[in-house]
Design a protein around this ligand. Structure first.
Ligand code: GA4
Length: 333
């Protein structure tokens, strides 16, 4: 699908990219039943082929998740000046339309938190935050449960790849110093836009996640698309409010020397329903070397990437634009 930066007819939206309103190709997204004995094989297959899969039977209470979602919506319904008290997101806090520090924009507003050990904005200006105690508490509890599930999945990956230490990956995000974050995105509905222009707004532009693994959960509004067919087309991911979607990040690609692949994804804002998604990004501690794990390489296999720490990669990430190929800077030629 071709993305144009052509302006659309609406004063405050002219800077947001649009794409054809037509749906992306449907595609069978791999589904993993976490309680099934063959789960680890399916997970690794999906991570190799697509870098993406859906998890069911995960034991996380959906009532709790729905409550957290409505708490988050209470925040997003506050008047803009109230929400702005929790911003700007540099890098953590409330943000609206602006994504990251280098000029990316989208039809989205969000809360971005640092997660370790507890949720924080690490931004002194956001002391007078409009975020309720309940939202902080629930978001913290949510992150702990999702982190545990991510650890379980990372241990299955290590097992299946026959990495000698089962905790080689999970220890990185369980670590008190793990540099992880949590984001709640709200993509408001935009009822007249498609009728007016025949185009859809880009909510969150295409990118790969720099961390190890991301866990996404959304309400029933569509919009998430992943790059499929070796990067030749966009594939629509049907929403499922009861499931979690796992996204392989750049760090995991490096740690498996390219066996598992980070996947490009984006969100196209739906015109009729507002989309709310929550994403936990599991990252390594800043000083950790991001390099192929012991036991992953075949004899004589060369590392595809030069050695770097998560801190170096993160710094380079924050210098890049959302859609840049960040890993190519670390690839051996
Ligand atoms: C993409 C994945 C996560 O949402 C995120 C994003 C971060 C941000 O929103 O501040 C970045 C983006 C993400 C990659 C490139 C830089 C940094 C915006 C941006 C333009 C929190 C992350 O870790 O990297």
């Amino acid at each position: 699908m071709v993305v144009l930066s052509q302006p659309i007819v609406d004063g405050n939206l002219t800077h947001i990219k649009t794409c054809k309103a037509a749906a992306a190709n449907p595609f069978a997204i791999p589904v993993v039943d976490l309680s099934h004995s063959g789960a680890k094989t399916l997970i690794v297959e999906a991570c190799k082929e697509l870098g993406f899969f859906k998890v069911i039977n995960h034991r996380i209470s959906m009532d709790f998740v729905t409550q957290l979602e409505s708490e988050a919506m209470k925040f997003f319904k506050l008047p803009p000046p109230e929400k702005a008290k929790s911003g700007p997101p540099n890098p953590f806090g409330y943000g609206s339309k602006v994504i990251g520090p280098n000029g990316d924009v989208g039809w989205v507003e969000y809360l971005l938190f640092s997660t370790n050990p507890d949720l924080a904005f690490r931004n002194p200006s956001s002391a007078a935050t409009g975020i309720s105690e309940t939202l902080w508490k629930m978001a913290n509890e949510y992150v702990s449960s999702v982190r545990e599930m991510a650890c379980e999945v990372l241990e299955m990956i290590a097992d299946e790849l026959e990495i000698p230490t089962r905790e080689a990956l999970s220890r990185l995000i369980r670590n008190q110093k793990s540099d992880s974050c949590f984001r709640i995105n709200h993509y408001p509905a935009r009822p007249n836009l498609q009728a007016l222009t025949g185009r859809s707004l880009i909510g969150f532009g295409e990118h790969t996640d720099p961390q190890i693994i991301s866990v996404l959960r959304s309400n029933d509004a569509s919009g998430l698309q992943i790059s499929g067919g070796g990067g030749t087309r966009w594939v629509a991911v049907p929403p499922d409010r009861a499931a979690f979607f796992f996204i392989v990040g750049d760090s995991l690609q490096v740690m498996t020397n390219g066996r598992l692949r980070s996947v490009k994804h984006r969100v196209v804002a739906e015109s009729v329903r507002a989309r709310v998604s929550m994403i936990y990004f599991g990252g390594a501690p800043l000083t950790e070397k991001i390099t192929a794990l012991e036991g992953v390489m075949e004899e004589g296999e060369e590392s595809l990437y030069r050695e770097f720490t998560w801190c170096e990669y993160k710094e380079s990430t924050y210098k890049s634009r959302l859609g840049d190929d960040r890993l190519s800077l670390f690839q051996k030629s």
